[in-house]
Design a protein around this ligand. Sequence first.
Ligand code: SAM
Length: 198
Amino acid sequence: MGDHYYSRNPISERDKREFSTDIRGRTLTFSTDASVFSKKGVDYGTRLLIEALPLPLEGDVLDLGCGYGPIGIAVASWSPRSRVVMADVNRRALELCRHNAKRNGVEQVTVLESDGLSALKHLSFDWVLTNPPIRAGKRVVYRLFEETRTHLRENGQFWLVIQKKQGAPSAIKKLQSLFSDVTVAVRSKGYAVIRCRN
Ligand SMILES: C[S@@+](CC[C@H](N)C(=O)[O-])C[C@H]1O[C@@H](n2cnc3c(N)ncnc32)[C@H](O)[C@@H]1O
């Protein structure tokens, strides 16, 4: 069985890379590796989500399924008054994320292994941000939506990006069953950035 980008302990041969990229006018440098999502550069949907956010963010932010860290690190670098938790199941991604946070001089981040929000039971957030693990399946993704709902503060916002062909219309229906206000903030090339409020 091969690795997935959502394996807990990827075993595939290492393929370490480093790239620098301009995000919202700031240059960030990331290391990536085999068995990590979008290892060759920041994913189109991820970038669209970061560009749509009303930065700087204030308060407690969760980057759910952080991968090597582009969302949480970009947000932290723009939002000195935020506290950012970055969580993933993939240990190789978490190791890269810790390295990348340091590499980009971002200090207010905590990187944690967590299946959904299971290791974050005692925490609540003003912002939850995700490019969800579609390949892990609808059951996992919808569970992440449900867990987010219970950990989002009253005036909190949940932002995610999803492709139409990967089930955006049914994801929006699921989100509408959980949140009172679900809006498509941006659409581009078949991707939708969705904002949910309680
Ligand atoms: C589409 S990738 C996005 C990665 C990164 N945020 C980015 O934008 O490049 C989804 C991430 O969710 C993680 N993931 C999968 N299942 C998860 C779960 N049950 N709990 C937390 N993270 C999960 C994967 O390991 C992967 O890193």
